[in-house]
Design a protein around this ligand. Sequence first.
Ligand SMILES: Cc1ncc(COP(=O)(O)O)c(C=O)c1O
Length: 454
Amino acid sequence: MLLCVWFVIFASKIMTAVFYRAPAHRYPMAASAAGMTIKDRSGKAYLDMSGGAAVSCLGHSHPDVVAAIREQVGTLAFAHTAFFSNQPQEDLAARIAARFTEPSARVYFLSGGSEANETALKVAWQYWVARGKPAKKIIIGRDHSYHGNTFGVLSASGNDSRRRASAAPLVDWPRIPPCYEYRERQANESVEEYSARSAGYLDDAIRKAGAENVAAFICEPVVGSSLGVVAATPGYLAQVREICDRHNVLLIADEIMCGSGRSGSYFAHQHDAVVPDMVTLAKGIGGGYQPLAAVVIRQNIAGELHRAGFAHGHTYVGHATACAAGVAVQQVLDRDKLLVRTREMGGIFLSMLRDAFGHHAHVGDIRGRGLFFGIELVRDRETRRGFDNGRQLPDQLRLSAMDEGLICYPGSIEVEGRTVPHIMMAPPMIVEERHFSECIGKLKSVFDRILPRN
Ligand SMILES: Cc1ncc(COP(=O)(O)O)c(C=O)c1O
């Protein structure tokens, strides 16, 4: 009997019933976290410079958020929103709508980014049906984009490796090139000319598909993990807005990563002074304390569906405890003036990164907005050529950083058959300068270990 108990305990230490994200990989066990640091079960500390995937905007174990969740769970953890509304959902919607650029927006709460983008597509389709234009079904996206892993939004995504790997029978909607100055702007082209050319691809794509068939265009105002933090060039989004208006196509801003204050304004599109028809938020809206996401819907669209109805819903829509966490995150953001801090600290880290790596033989570009940064790696700085046989580089960079006790978020794209890796960083807004120095020291060791010597 004793032997049996011993065996079960022993086996549970070395075996697992979990089907992991990467099924064959063995992960260290996260045991505790506070502020900028996550500790694993062996006591090893990791400096969290990406907030996971741009999630932990307030760092870990923030006492105000923890207290708000405890309070909510003790009062009303959950009441199905088919039967009831709840106060945290009402409060959070009012706060998010008040931050939006136009008055009277409505907010729909979900549990994750993919769900939020799926919901935005449903809103778009049902809006056009309500307007008597049921043929408007096509969603135009951009190359290299990622809007989530469920059927609809993966169909709207241009991340070829994720599309291929999913093996799902996706819809092949049209895609246009991203606004990606470092790789796409020609030497003889001004930034304004480039913005106009880049936005013009949307005009072409809508004309080709027939405006009467196009429901919406979806893009990230600042592309996060799929390109390594690439902000649109000045004027691009304004021209995209104008093209959408001209063709009666809705504009969906996917701000799952770049929104919620991450890039220095609460909504990333506010930097470009445009008003999208819908904005999706996740990650930073709940700071990782609860699974939480939102779709912000412009007043005229919400009004149309108010009249016509909206056929959609998930069990955890408007979850009381998740929304309570979201309210607490908003309160801390305002009380501690974290948007101002995001802009200030962002500027400091960007110049530190450029000082440290601006001349590195394999660093092609260092860019950022707010506390959102990308380092694009190349085999050759002159030609901006990627790495031959470099598919493993993002994994190697991530694992080597973890060895050093650093959490950052590498990814890659394929350009002309070669791998172009990048590293995304999105540190919690409580980050201090000493964390920047520590991060740079660790990144130097990672580059020394992983990148070629010449
Ligand atoms: C821009 C963007 N949209 C959508 C998603 C999907 O969000 P989730 O993983 O919460 O479903 C992500 C996830 O990283 C994202 O970065």
